[in-house]
Design a protein around this ligand. Sequence first.
Ligand SMILES: Nc1ncnc2c1ncn2[C@@H]1O[C@H](COP(=O)(O)OP(=O)(O)OP(=O)(O)O)[C@@H](O)[C@H]1O
Ligand SMILES: [Mg+2]
Length: 275
Amino acid sequence: MIEFRNVWFKYDEEGDFILRNINLTIKRGEVISILGDNGSGKTTLIKHMNGLLKPTKGDVYVDGENTRDKPISELSRKVAIVFQYPEKMFFSPSVEEELKATLKNFGLEGEELNNRLEEILEEFRLVDLRDRTPFSLSGGEQRRLSIAIALSWDPDYVILDEPTTGLDGYSRRDLTKTIEKVLAKNKTVVIVTHDLEYLFEFAPRVILLSRGAIVFQGSFKELLENEDVIMRNGLESPKISMLMKVVRRDGGGCGMRYSELLSVIIERLGCSEDV
Ligand SMILES: Nc1ncnc2c1ncn2[C@@H]1O[C@H](COP(=O)(O)OP(=O)(O)OP(=O)(O)O)[C@@H](O)[C@H]1O
Ligand SMILES: [Mg+2]
């Protein structure tokens, strides 16, 4: 469990608080999404989860231990963060070396290291890229590599900062499968995103930040029902929920048969039946 208790944070002593009285509990095995407009404090919040940042006031606990009392190296073993700009974390001359360095760092060696390396290269479709320098990879490939690195040591908490940015359909599906696998092991996934459409995959619990404070907590369904909350916080309503709104306005809804739903949609789009 990761727990925030009355957490306030500012980067500069002179500056404003960037996080304001955050109280939040993230349980083992759950998927949770952190939403909010640009600059609302999402990345700052998740950096508190592995001790990269410490609260100015209040405390963060990871499995009952205060992040102030634990070195980042130890916390990172449990809590892996895949950052928004993955290229910033690469330092090796090749994809293979990058993964090897991480595995070595977490205590693997010899045959065990090589077996795990091959497994990861395969699982994340990196076999053909193994000799390439990480900096030469495309944005989507870099993101895949950074997720592979984060999962290579099997952490208990996986935190993904804007993971769908720049991903094509294949990579989005890969990402979904990866998250499902992590959840199947009763581990925790935190998804920071603006991409409400993607959240239909998991319908997670959501936390919405605005100027460093939590302004909404609830289920994904509850968020979708609060369109004003979505609009006021720089998010975009997913197309499917806009569609459902149109359908409901026409007297339809969840009880509708698929063919009826389809004809309402076709009519609304102004197309003919044989689209
Ligand atoms: N190292 C830093 N020093 C000073 N201020 C910072 C630092 N990092 C972030 N900030 C400020 O803190 C606020 C929150 O930034 P943060 O990166 O947490 O926002 P975010 O919600 O992740 O935004 P985005 O959606 O753009 O990624 C912003 O006003 C930002 O300018
Ligand atoms: Mg951010």
